[in-house]
Design a protein around this ligand. Structure first.
Ligand code: B1M
Length: 217
């Protein structure tokens, strides 16, 4: 039985060497790659989040934890299916304006890529105009918006409104996600769907592009 608690603790301590050693051990023991990410790496980051909230951890420590988690994810990445060579559709992803959190967004992007979608990652602090410019430029069919702050959630609504204003709302699907986001909020702002985690985001994109003429563009 692999020691997920040890891996989570290494993330909490921001001990990159230990994270990498334990991830390699898990890979050698043929532990399912998604379980390594969800139980070990994200499990640790969730505890970091709780400690950050009660001022038991501070920004530099949180960043060390995030870095060590990312280094672990990099080792697991090649195992998450090679991805299909054909493009199942182009997804433009980013964290919305005013928001600098990119760990979850990058995870979603990586999983989409591994599942055969072409992913254009615009990074963080992305304005509605930048999302739409990228969709037009790349003939993309899905805008994937991530937000971690309650104060930036409304930028998701602005992005949808900008799609309407620029006359492309019927040509794109907009999906949203991030810790403060819910299905209720998605319905409220008129998004096409909400996903609670990276695996659900892949399923959602596949479902939204199913039976449409939007694929492989
Ligand atoms: Co920030 N931060 N942070 N932070 N930070 C939160 C989000 C917070 C909940 C912490 C807390 O108080 N408990 C809180 C928000 C409170 C609120 O709005 N209600 C908070 C705050 C307040 C802040 C600052 C304002 C702090 C300050 O400066 N006073 C500041 C804001 C900066 C800014 O953005 N303008 C800030 C800064 C930072 C750091 C820079 C230190 C760092 C970010 C580093 C980075 O991303 N490169 C950071 C971190 C790391 C966190 C916590 C601790 C962890 C977030 C994370 O990466 N989780 C976070 C606490 C928490 O969430 N528990 C917190 C791991 C990641 C894998 O999960 O991102 O949720 P997550 O992604 C998941 C799902 O949500 C989903 O899939 C992912 C995988 O399962 N998902 C999607 C995400 N995007 C999706 C998109 C989809 C579908 C699913 O479709 C498109």
């Amino acid at each position: 039985m692999f020691d997920f608690k040890g891996l989570s603790n290494a993330v909490i301590e921001g001990d990159s060497d230990q994270v990498q050693a334990l991830v390699k051990e898990a890979i050698d023991a043929k532990v399912d790659p998604l379980t390594i990410i969800n139980e070990g790496l994200i499990g640790g980051m969730n505890i970091v989040g709780q400690r950050f909230k009660v001022n038991d951890m501070f920004v530099p420590e949180v960043l060390m934890s995030a870095r060590s988690m990312n280094e672990g994810i990099e080792l697991v990445k090649p195992l998450l299916a090679a991805g299909e060579m054909t493009n199942k559709g182009t997804v433009v992803i980013g964290t919305v304006k005013g928001d600098l959190h990119d760990i979850g967004k990058s995870l979603v992007g990586m999983m989409l890529e591994c599942s055969g979608f072409q992913v254009i990652d615009l990074g963080v602090d992305v304005s509605p105009e930048e999302f739409i410019a990228a969709i037009k430029e790349n003939d993309g069919k899905v805008i994937a918006l991530s937000a971690l702050l309650t104060t930036t959630m409304l930028s998701m609504k602005s992005t949808i409104e900008e799609c309407v204003a620029q006359g492309i709302r019927n040509d794109v699907k907009v999906i949203i996600g991030g810790a403060p986001i819910s299905q209720e909020f998605s319905d409220q702002i008129g998004a096409d769907g909400y996903a609670g985690d990276a695996a659900a985001a892949v399923e959602l994109v596949a479902k939204l592009l199913e039976n449409t003429d939007m694929v492989a563009r």
